[in-house]
Design a protein around this ligand. Sequence first.
Ligand code: SF4
Length: 708
Amino acid sequence: GDQRVDKTVDSVCPYCGVGCLIQYQVKDNTIVAVQGRDGPANAGRLCVKGRFGFDYVHHRQRLTKPLIRKPGVPKDGSIDARPGDWQAVFREASWDEALDLAAGGLKALRDAHGPQTLAGFGSAKGSNEEAYLFQKLVRTGFGSNNVDHCTRLCHASSVTALLEGVGSGAVSNPVNDVQHAGLILVIGSNPTANHPVAATWMKNAAARGTKIVLADPRRTELSRHAWRTLQFQPDTDVALLNALIHTVIDEGLTDPAFLRDRASNFAALKEGVAACSPEAMAAVCGVPAATLREVARAFATSKASMILWGMGVSQHVHGTDNARCLIALSAITGQIGKPGSGLHPLRGQNNVQGASDAGLIPMMFPNYQRVDNPQVHAWFEDFWGQPLSAQPGLTVVETLHKAAAPDNDPAKVRGMLVMGENPAMSDPDLNHARAGLASLQHLVVQDLFMTETAWLADVVLPASGWPEKAGTVTNTDRMLQMGRRALDAPGEAKQDLWILQQLAQRLGLAWHYPGPDSGVAAVYEEMRQALHGVIAGVPWARLDAAGSITYPCLSEADPGQPIVFTERFPTADGRVKLVPAAVTAGAEPPDADYPFALITGRQLEHWHTGSMTRRAEVLDALEPVPTASLHGSDLAALGLQPGELLTVESRRGRIQLQARRDDGTPPGTVFIPFAYAEAAANRLTHPALDPAAKIPGFKFCAVRLAPA
Ligand code: SF4
């Protein structure tokens, strides 16, 4: 075919938090190719998702008209969505009819049962402006703070520990600062699959002499570049990390000046790890004591040591404790606040950082300001001109528990708005979560496809894909980046900012943001004020011209600050707070009935619940079926050959998938990606939550396996 293009449009990759800059090549309102641009995070590099993951926007299953559930069709959470067969359940409607019904249903529930009866899930895939407007709609239109998003399921525990310890939930140093590190500790992360371009910077650093320590229950590809690989027992992060902290203290390798001037609570930390010698912890975590001591010494004494972590750290019922240990290790060795050092929780989705900054958090207004702080509360009531609730709202998993609550529970959640999120795939213990969604009296979903969540909705509003709108996103490095519109949305699909404003107007709010792309620049400027300073120096026009700017950026003369904490921490006393963590058991360790540990996660080719990548032709061709990765010895013991079907069952559900041999997955453990609706891994996972961050332990529950 004719590959000449009508235009090229600069934007940002819609997938992971690395934030690679891309250029779309567009012909006849169709993206025909994507190239990498020379962005600060990618320098022209792209992974397979960035390069081949765009054609989902042109997929034949795109929703192009508003849909309303047909009368009398029951919501059955036990039946999988059938995206190609929505006509059996829904009928098409005009925008006016659908919006009136969507907003009217929410308003009726609010008026009859009170604001706490309504909740909203936004998305870390949306722009900052969408996140900001969504949380504002829930707080001012619904009247509750029941607004959350998928960060709850990925880095809520990291953010909780970071806010407590260093006073800011964002990273201290950007990924490509690894080039200045003597050692990098990569823990609970498989960057080759999940942050592929970030992984290339790590490998480049290793080739120039930086030592990589890879700590993970699974031996993944990065291990080939690592100086040491610590393959520890699943769910024993605190034991491993306490042993490292113990060694640093025991062998006199702390940084005394840093501890004196910049840290607090060291005595409690020292006491907390006193019993955690490497010799004692080796039996718990499975790493030899000599290796633990060797790694602790190398971390403490390298010219600069940096810690990068992923969901293997955060998605545990003691995820907050895991992150506390990382903060402590970094601080007692003085390995923070300088180039090549610090703390970097690798953000999953392209806008996890920004969606959180913008306020998609139930206990915080934009920029992590607590809803129950009277001064903050008064400021936002004044700023938004509406009375606001001062009661922290429900988190994602709590919301679905409350949806399933008995009818006489005054806090029962009865109505929800979901924007671009798919909790019917991403929540733990899916059978329960879907029952909660199905029991809602009124569910409104705005999305591109008939997702598993939309399947349970009363009203489905066809939304726009990332190339069909403009907006800003914030990558894992705290870099604000500009996404631009390359396409017109298909059919009657609309931009999410337009949909939110239409709903708000029908809920009695006088919202109108003027300007192109549904007023995105005006929304950004309002958000910039609500964020109180951190992006004060980045008006829309500056970002539009520059494309990328790192915050904090306090004035228009400020070039942006990629490395923070160089002089003080943004805590009350300016010091990092050291918080000890105790070694505790997970919610559901393997036992005689369910002898395997299940680890869920992602793979290179597919993204989260698969709603986009499984509709991208090349990506789905590369990884077309759900798989369970097992050690060769376990496959042999089960009498299975790679490629044969097996059943995986937990106390909550069972799925069937293809066995894959992966000797990097340790014996007694099974790894399953959660992107496949036909074998949804979260039918198996456990709903227990980290007490501080309310994040579920997706990385650890007990299952049993059998040939299918
Ligand atoms: Fe996109 Fe992440 Fe791949 Fe870059 S590394 S191309 S941001 S998915």
